[in-house]
Design a protein around this ligand. Structure first.
Ligand SMILES: NC(=O)c1ccc[n+]([C@@H]2O[C@H](COP(=O)([O-])OP(=O)(O)OC[C@H]3O[C@@H](n4cnc5c(N)ncnc54)[C@H](OP(=O)(O)O)[C@@H]3O)[C@@H](O)[C@H]2O)c1
Length: 279
């Protein structure tokens, strides 16, 4: 199963996230691809991600015959306030140079000459979009227009900011990646803007941000009927409402279970009930 952006780029329907894997990153990325994941999310941000170790796994996989084109690689530009002292760019340089240096170092880490998705980790502004956001976005648009990335996107964004970006950007985002809480109807406002513009919505922390929902009778009833765990029901629900879910599992059994969620059958009524389960 794949999903398609407004510029006709396909992405797999599940993504493996590499945050907080530390030294295990290379082993886990290799295991994830061997288990069936073809989309990998990382960031050039050493506090939380080991992008170079993702690249190490990709080299090992290439040696086993896994071609670059068979994978969907996504990484991010993280501004200096989201980094520690190990910024992958000269932090005294202007923002356009910072994004360029970060992008070049990501390509080096990942041993590739293009990305499938390049994401702004978070807008600088809490509300609206400021000069810094527009400067970074313009640099990312240039990568897209030069064919160095097939899509560009933004993470940790509000519905109002996303609408503004869609209205005023030269190139609209094709990807959005947000933490997805059941108490906001699973980020429905942002998902609605994505649907309107042909943007793929990626949901993260679907499990870790929604532990309360796991205990709901409805989830248990579906899990029991389908012979699966509550995590798989949540992931299937996410796919049914048009989301591309991320999983951060470190366990191969869970990797296989997460991918198998696609086979779970949910009725339209069940999907609607889960969507409003925490409202
Ligand atoms: N853009 C951003 O700012 C941002 C922020 C945070 C995360 N992310 C991305 O999103 C990815 C996923 O985030 P996350 O780690 O919070 O995701 P998550 O999938 O919600 O949480 C992972 C947790 O769920 C458990 N799990 C996964 N599958 C399971 C299953 N089938 N049964 C039971 N437990 C299961 C894992 O345990 P086991 O390890 O035991 O399976 C782990 O404790 C990150 O790696 C990163 O790539 C992006």
């Amino acid at each position: 199963m794949t999903m398609t952006t407004y510029n006709q780029i396909s992405a797999p329907s599940f993504m493996y996230g590499t945050a907080w894997k530390k030294d295990a990153t290379a082993r886990l990325v290799q295991l994830a691809v061997e288990s069936g994941f073809t989309a990998i999310d990382t960031a050039n941000q050493l506090i939380h991600y080991q992008e170079a170790l993702v690249g190490e796994a990709l080299q090992a996989l290439a040696a086993q015959g896994v071609k670059r084109e068979a994978l969907f690689l996504q990484t991010k530009f993280t501004s200096a306030d989201g980094q520690d002292h190990r910024t992958p760019y000269d932090r005294s340089a202007d923002l356009t140079t910072q994004v360029q240096q970060s992008f070049d170092s990501s390509l080096q880490h990942l041993h590739t000459d293009y990305l499938d998705s390049y994401v702004l980790h978070a807008p600088f502004s809490r509300r609206g979009l400021g000069a810094a956001d527009w400067q970074v976005w313009a640099a990312m648009e240039a990568f897209y227009e030069a064919g160095k990335t097939k899509t560009i996107g933004v993470s940790n964004i509000t519905a109002a900011q996303l609408s503004l970006l869609c209205q005023q950007a030269h190139v609209k985002p094709m990807m959005v990646q947000n933490r997805c809480y059941a108490v906001t109807a699973w980020d429905k406002d942002v998902r609605d803007v994505c649907r309107q513009h042909g943007i793929i919505y990626q949901g993260f922390s679907l499990l870790t941000a929604n532990r309360d929902v796991f205990g709901e009778r409805e989830i248990h009833a579906i899990a029991g009927r389908e012979g699966v765990g509550p995590a798989q029901v949540i992931f299937r629900f996410a796919q049914r409402v048009g989301m591309l879910p991320l999983t951060g599992t470190t366990n191969q059994q869970h990797m296989l279970e997460d991918l198998a969620a696609e086979r779970i059958s949910l009725s339209d009524e069940e999907v609607q009930r889960i969507e409003t389960i925490a409202l």
